[in-house]
Design a protein around this ligand. Structure first.
Ligand code: HPA
Length: 251
């Protein structure tokens, strides 16, 4: 029996198909998590779900209490975390699912570490490969089993938001080697590593990044707008739920 936590992102503030979820409050020394943790059983495993942006989806990326969220999942016994991130596609088209293997952090000013005391213990955590390779491989395999096509590697550029990027910023991210762009992978990914919880992400491409427009989920002027992003994320959530179901059934 494994305890698998799913952190839902934009448009993924609920998990389809769950039954009889139990609610866990999760308050801890870092504050209140974004929402109560929902917990249920599937395929003989315990599944937890936490809505990163809160139940009404209203907490903006830079105001999410990532430390409280990760600590709450750790305290509840999470042994693996699958993060869902709605992202813009730079080298990958809208509608595709990406399992990133790298990230570049462009965020600033976020409470980004548990090692935050003026004179407390500090550990330089290993972060060469930010995503856990075992969870990633299982996710890739789960996509195959669920019949959902995915891009099995990619670099996630994490921007501060909540505004979307300029076309020039996306050009720069592309030169840096980013394949997708989103606002929530950091500090979440690093905090999971600090807590020693194996963590990987399913990035749902919900729009073409700025200046790459013209695809579904993008407004007529080529710029993505929030309501399109949420609608597209809700649609791709069904694919993500099937992948997670396949993941659990094969653990
Ligand atoms: N940029 C940044 N974050 C995002 C995007 C984007 O285009 N789409 C969804 N989240």
């Amino acid at each position: 029996m494994t305890v698998v936590a799913v952190i839902g992102g934009t448009g993924a503030d609920y998990f389809p198909g769950r039954n009889d979820a139990q609610l866990l409050a999760g308050d801890n020394a870092w504050g209140q998590p974004s929402a109560p943790i929902e917990q249920w059983c599937a395929h003989g495993h315990t599944v937890m779900f936490l809505a990163r942006h809160g139940l009404s989806g209203r907490i903006p990326p830079h105001r999410v209490n990532y430390r409280a969220n990760l600590q709450a999942l750790k305290d509840a016994g999470a042994e693996q975390i699958i993060a869902l991130n709605a992202v813009g596609g730079i080298s990958v088209p809208a509608g595709e699912l990406v399992i990133p293997d790298q990230l570049i952090d462009y965020t600033w000013g976020r409470a980004h570490t548990f090692y935050d005391a003026a004179e407390g213990p500090t550990e330089f955590i290993e972060f060469t490969s930010p995503y856990n390779s075992n969870v990633r491989q299982k996710l890739i395999h789960a996509c195959e089993r669920a019949g959902v096509s995915c891009t099995s590697r990619g670099t996630y550029g994490v921007t501060q938001g909540p505004r979307l990027e300029t076309a020039a910023e996306i050009d720069r991210l592309e030169r840096d080697g980013c394949d997708v762009v989103g606002m929530t992978a950091m500090p979440e990914t690093a905090l999971a590593r600090e807590l020693g919880i194996p963590y990987a992400a399913l990035a749902l491409i919900v729009n073409a990044a700025a200046g790459r427009g013209g695809d579904d989920g993008v407004a007529a002027d080529g710029g993505a707008i929030h309501s399109d992003i949420v609608r597209y994320a809700r649609a791709t959530m069904a694919d993500a739920a099937r992948v997670i179901d396949a993941y659990l059934s094969d653990l």
